[in-house]
Design a protein around this ligand. Structure first.
Ligand code: GDP
Ligand code: MG
Length: 175
């Protein structure tokens, strides 16, 4: 029989951002390669995991979802505790969700470790006709704030794995 492989590291990653930007679907795409068309705001599931290989190490990504606590300042500090990485998600078709990104980053800086790796994610990039946030605006903000940046579609899967792998590799580089 094959020996079970041993996990080298567990990386806690938190996903934050306004309600309905697609946080739960991004997580579902990365951990199960699924998109759920009739998703309700699921309460109770704290995190999902996926184990990946990075630089020959077996890394279990433990990815936390806010599950309906997205109101400003409603996310408790326990949620951020021990997080090595964060995805701050906005919806490229909703300008307001991008305008709120600064608040979410502030929340992270207040509650999470200083060394946390932050990636800004513009989701729903498949909705080309409805785009309200130009890529350049987000890129400029990300550069200003020292964040990594990607545009994704949880619906068709574009860039989701790539963004997570980049984040996990960056975390591996700083631990
Ligand atoms: P959350 O509140 O941030 O967790 O958002 P959800 O993951 O529940 O998604 C909110 C809504 O946006 C749902 O109706 C999803 O089907 C839809 N959605 C999520 N991601 C995408 C995407 O990449 N593209 C499109 N077109 N719709 C998406
Ligand atoms: Mg959700």
């Amino acid at each position: 029989s094959v020996m079970p492989e041993k996990i080298d590291y567990v990386f806690k990653v938190v996903v934050i951002g306004d309600s309905a930007v697609g946080k739960t679907q991004i997580l579902s795409r990365f951990t199960k390669n699924e998109f759920c068309f009739d998703s309700k705001s699921t309460i109770g599931v704290e995190f999902q995991t996926r184990t990946v290989t990075i630089k020959s190490k077996l890394i279990k990504a433990q990815i936390w979802d806010t599950a309906g606590q997205e109101r400003y300042r409603a996310v408790t500090s326990a949620y951020y505790r021990g997080a090595l990485g964060a995805m701050v998600v906005y919806d490229v078709t909703k300008r307001q969700s991008f305008d709120h990104v600064a608040r979410w980053v502030e929340e992270l800086r207040a509650h999470a470790d200083n060394s946390i790796v932050i990636m800004l994610i513009g989701n729903k990039a498949d909705l080309v006709e409805l785009r309200a946030v130009p890529t350049e605006d987000a890129l400029e903000f990300a550069e200003d704030q020292g964040l990594f940046f990607a545009e994704t579609s949880a619906l068709n899967g574009d860039n989701v794995d790539k963004a997570f792998f980049q984040l996990l590799e960056e975390i591996y580089g700083v631990i």
